[in-house]
Ligand binder design. Structure first.
Ligand code: UDP
Ligand code: MG
Length: 311
């Protein structure tokens, strides 16, 4: 299961590698001869879909579906997973760019045979990532943890899911997806396999800081209400300070020592004004999300498929 968005540069390099690994697994008898490599074209504006159709014509092991428009990595992944459901015993999802070590798929399949329904691919080091990507990613995982979202450290979307786990995932109907946080909620026996993350084999990352931030905000607000609790806690502290302030002013008035304190007043007004706006923003984020979720809009639409062959 490989989501692809504008990957024309990298697909010709990585597709043969995926095929090689599939054939290796097949020759070892670990996976069925009918196993497929499924690409999900996430509304690419370049030649990605043409490449996928060409690949599927060359080799029946390649199949592809194309979404009606760009819906983002998480939705593309879910589209592929849901499309494979009922057709397979296991799925492995991986990025198209060859950053994740393809050869650990064998360990993943072995872990499945050992009884695991979920196997996470975990990066043992991030040396090949740029300093910026590494620090922002680490900040991301730290923030997720602090905000009460259970996620596997340094695990992106390279994972094996059994048919049983997929069926459970299908029951999560949320529209705003954060699979990294949703999969641990499913439960079942799970394990991790470690690998070194490589550099992208071509093309450029589609996750600039803005997308990373929105993924982080979405991950947190979809899976945790801790930010609202933080607002409540801050409100409580502010209320206590307010009470002390009232007592202080009252005593000051009784003692007749109330001098006009413009600066302190201005500071207090600015501070609480800011706090209130911020708190409203956090709560507004959840209200907005509730609104969007209640629409129950479809999470993806499949436009085309390669050939007429079913998986
Ligand atoms: N991707 C996608 N839709 C998008 C953005 C990305 O399907 O809107 C795919 C992309 O083709 C790749 C994977 O998601 O297979 C991860 O993206 P990328 O490698 O750009 O992210 P990074 O590894 O830098 O976090
Ligand atoms: Mg990548």
């Amino acid at each position: 299961m490989i989501p692809c968005y504008n990957e024309e540069e990298v697909l010709p390099i990585t597709a043969p590698l995926f095929l090689e690994e599939l054939e290796l697994l097949q020759s070892k008898g670990l996976v069925n001869q009918l196993s497929r490599i499924c690409f999900v074209n996430d509304g690419s504006s370049d030649k990605t879909w043409e490449l996928i159709t060409q690949l599927s014509e060359q080799n029946p092991s390649f199949v592809g579906i194309s979404l009606s428009r760009n819906r983002g990595h998480q939705n593309a992944l879910l589209a592929g997973l849901m499309d494979c459901r009922d057709k397979c015993d296991i799925t492995i999802s991986i990025d198209a760019d060859g950053q994740d070590d393809i050869s650990v798929m064998e360990d993943m399949v072995n872990a499945f045979f050992a009884g695991c329904d979920v196997v996470y691919g975990v990066r043992s080091s991030r040396e090949t990532d740029s300093f910026f990507k590494r620090t922002t990613a680490q900040g991301f995982y730290a923030l997720m943890g602090k905000m009460g979202v259970e996620s596997v450290y340094n695990h992106a979307d390279y994972r094996l899911l059994s048919a049983k786990a997929l069926d459970e995932l299908a029951k999560y109907e949320e529209v705003h997806l954060f699979l990294r946080g949703m999969v641990p909620l499913i439960g079942f026996k799970s394990t991790s396999v470690e690998y070194e993350r490589h550099e992208r084999m071509g093309g450029e990352s589609h996750y600039p800081l803005s997308k990373m931030l929105s993924l982080a905000v979405n991950g947190i607000t979809s899976l945790s209400v801790r930010p609202i609790r933080v607002v409540t806690a801050a409100g409580f502290v502010a209320a206590v300070i307010g009470l002390i302030g009232i007592a202080w002013s009252f005593i000051g008035w009784l003692l007749g020592s109330t001098v006009s304190g413009w600066a302190s007043l201005a500071v207090i007004i600015c501070f609480f004004g800011g706090m209130q706006m911020l708190s409203l923003g956090v709560i507004g984020e959840y209200v907005g999300k509730t609104y969007m979720e209640t629409k129950r809009r479809p999470r993806f639409a499949i436009d085309k498929r390669t050939g007429t062959r079913t998986l």
